[in-house]
Design a protein around this ligand. Structure first.
Ligand code: GP9
Ligand code: MN
Length: 714
């Protein structure tokens, strides 16, 4: 006892006690109040140790102060601030499932209200554990168990403590990077930074990023917008009268096919079609299918695909637009445009946590009315694989919400099972035999793609059985590659190529992804037009009968006669309908002819050389206009006529069941939801899935009636 007392009576001893308290509290909070999703032992270990390093660094600052009393007071203040930060994060998380950022503290966060009084209402009885230590410390002082150590501390000891903290932090960072490469370089989710590095590091990281963004934004000048407007008006491609407004007033259902590449379409493995349902859809007379459609994502992958689809602008040149800017920028996105112009209700369905890719914030800026993330679907022990809920479960469980949406609706489904590393449990395979290449990743890709195909088939059956099919336009697209370039040589033999001859041109050919627009009565066919994800928004808008002239979108309607067939990639390489232009190692353009794959010699072909240079300028200009608009947040200076800027504070994804109920009861007989139109009867029994987790027992699909009962109980 005396030993402890002696230790605590030293300045370093007292500091160690504070660090220990803070550490214990934070770890308790990690496990009780946050869901940080630690999935392996190393992640648990990192999560358990991560509060220590920054606590040592911060508290060590007080050691540099000579006057003992002041040093203790400063230590106390730092300790108090750390506890306030922890506890505010707890309250904030309960309300928003998110962490406190620099902008939240400054009260300028556009998306989530600052720390209002409402946060206090989410206090919970067990919260006393986060404050009881203050009483303990006060008592220790009151009973003179601890006294202030008056002796001066050597500066060297203070410095050594700080250095120790920095070393601990480096160790923490190293472990984290080994478990999650590019943790800070390619941020997916704020929860990841907290899980690996803790609240202090997240706040520091976020503050630096915010300061950088603000600097670029504040450099915006009026002429920046002039250039953008000039570009978009020149670039505008007028709608094709054959298609304009063909889907007016119809529901629009977007199906985001995770990691789905075009080569899968009509492909056979061991004599069996990989994706029989999507193949049939691809050739359906009511499907407009594009076979020269490319993904154009950068490091933001799925989120970049979403950025292009919703905003008509590219993702950022590095990282993810959703993460860096999407939460605060002014956006003029599809959900808001469709809502304001055509009275659409909008919703996203996705089987992963809402904070992934910062979706829970970005969607509010886009004007999404609803976001049904993982927490809205029933979980079972094996309902999830790597990045979230299995598609069959998510899709079947989603319809209880879908049927409540007021029509017309704009609903986006983001699938996830066909995501690297392509895990599929045996019971989820209907007997499909995977290929036998040297790369297990490649083999498994076909399994999950086949599973995805099955999932979509089940969903389509429901659409037909519920009648939704008749008044909906269904848009399907692959977001990006699933097989990365380094694995393509393993894939080559399956595609009829020799792995040894595989080259960059072949890689770029594989960046094609499906893009299909399916609607009863639509004049379909296989369309060979070259285009990419950036062109989807104007295409869909025109089909929905919305004029896009006034919007800042850099793609063009693929069905328009004015559409230019130059597909720009995020790294400034591009494809036209005749050539693929890549960059050689020397930085010079490497030009291949699409038809033959032949590498062109530009020196003997000056005309082509000149043409390539012109195309390159166009590509650079397109990306530049998009980047300037995003990086400088220019849309805050420009509001298209007839458009009202979105106020993200009007959106909340917390009590969506209640929101659906309120909307329905407010509208009464005017409610246009499938549920209302069906005489207030749920259509969920119409959903058939062979997902073993749900089985044939229909009662396992949570019906709307069950939800209401559950909701009433809470
Ligand atoms: C996760 C999912 C995957 O929610 O959308 O994103 P990705 O890794 O493909 O960018
Ligand atoms: Mn993806």
């Amino acid at each position: 006892m005396n030993k402890i007392k002696n230790f605590l009576n030293k300045r370093l001893g007292f500091m160690t006690m504070l660090i220990a308290f803070l550490w214990i509290k934070t770890v308790i909070a990690y496990y009780i109040d946050f869901s940080l999703g630690a999935s392996d032992i190393l992640q648990h270990l990192i999560m358990i140790i991560n509060p220590i390093a920054t606590a040592v660094i911060l508290l060590s600052l007080a050691l540099y102060i000579n006057r003992a009393r002041i040093s203790y007071i400063v230590m106390g203040i730092i300790y108090l601030l750390e506890t306030v930060l922890l506890y505010s994060n707890i309250l904030y998380y309960r309300e928003f499932s998110d962490f406190i950022s620099f902008n939240t503290i400054m009260g300028v966060s556009k998306v989530s209200k600052g720390l209002g009084t409402s946060a206090m209402t989410s206090a919970s009885p067990h919260d006393f554990i986060y404050w009881i230590d203050f009483i303990v410390i006060a008592l220790l002082f009151a009973f003179h168990f601890i006294k202030i150590d008056k002796r001066p501390l050597r500066k060297l000891t203070a410095a050594a403590t700080t250095v120790l903290g920095i070393m601990l932090f480096s160790f923490n960072l190293m472990l984290s990077e080994s478990n999650r490469p590019q943790l800070l370089g390619r941020t997916f989710d704020r929860a990841y930074i907290v899980k690996y590095l803790g609240f202090n590091s997240f706040l520091a990281y976020d503050s630096i990023k915010t300061a950088q963004n603000n600097q670029v934004r504040s450099s915006a000048v009026g002429t920046d917008m002039d250039n953008v407007l000039q570009y978009t008006s020149q670039n505008y491609a007028k709608p094709n009268p054959v298609y304009f407004g063909k889907a007016k007033g119809k529901n629009i259902i977007i199906i985001h096919l995770e990691s789905f590449q075009q080569f899968l379409i009509n492909m056979k493995v061991n004599g069996q079609e990989v994706t029989p349902f999507l193949n049939s859809l691809y050739s359906d007379k009511n499907t407009m299918s594009f076979d020269n459609f490319y993904h154009e994502v950068g490091q933001g992958k799925t989120s970049d695909a979403e950025t292009m689809l919703e905003t008509g602008l590219f993702g950022t040149s590095e990282g993810s637009f959703f993460q860096s800017l999407g939460g605060d920028n002014t956006l003029q996105a599809a959900p808001a445009i469709l809502s304001q112009k055509e009275g659409y209700t909008s919703a996203v369905f996705h089987g992963n946590v809402g904070s992934f890719w910062n979706r829970d914030n970005v969607y509010k800026n886009m004007g999404y009315n609803y976001f049904f993330d993982e927490s809205y679907y029933n979980k079972t022990d094996n309902s999830n694989t790597g990045y979230g809920m299995k598609d069959k479960i998510m899709l079947s469980e989603s319809v209880k919400y879908l049927e409540q949406l007021q029509q017309p609706f704009y609903a986006k489904y983001i699938t996830v099972t066909n995501h690297y590393p392509f895990e599929l449990a045996d019971e989820d395979n209907d007997g499909f035999a995977k290929p036998n290449t040297n790369a297990e990743t490649v083999n498994n890709y076909f399994l999950t793609a086949h599973y995805l195909d099955n999932s979509i088939k089940e969903f389509f059956n429901y659409l037909k059985d519920s009648g939704l099919y008749d008044n909906s336009m269904i848009v399907l697209y692959g977001d990006h590659y699933g097989i990365s370039n380094d694995k393509n040589p393993d894939l080559a033999p399956l595609l009829g190529y020799n792995a040894d001859d595989w080259n960059d041109f072949n890689n770029s050919q594989l960046q094609r992804v499906p893009f299909m627009i399916h609607m009863k009565g639509l004049k379909g066919g296989i369309n060979h037009t070259y285009g990419g994800e950036i062109d989807v928004l104007p295409t869909i808008m025109h089909l929905a009968g919305v004029n896009t002239r006034d919007y800042i979108q850099v793609g063009t309607d693929l069905l328009s006669k004015d559409h230019k067939q130059i597909v720009a990639f995020r790294n400034k390489t591009f494809v036209t309908n005749k050539y693929t232009v890549l960059k050689g190692t020397d930085g010079k353009p490497e030009v291949y002819e699409n038809k033959t794959g032949e590498l062109m010699d530009l020196d003997t072909n000056p005309k082509l050389k000149e043409q390539v240079e012109k195309w390159q300028q166009e590509v650079n200009e397109k990306l530049k206009i998009s980047d300037v608009t995003n990086n400088k947040n220019l849309l805050r200076f420009y509001t298209p006529t007839g458009f009202t800027p979105v106020d993200p504070k009007n959106y909340s994804y917390q009590n969506e069941i209640q929101q659906l109920i309120d909307t329905r009861s407010k509208l009464g007989l005017k409610s246009t939801s499938v549920y209302s139109k069906n005489g207030n009867q749920s259509t969920t029994p119409l959903y058939n899935t062979d997902a073993p987790e749900i089985g044939n027992d229909r009662t396992n699909i949570d019906s709307w009636e069950n939800i209401l009962k559950e909701d009433a109980k809470n």
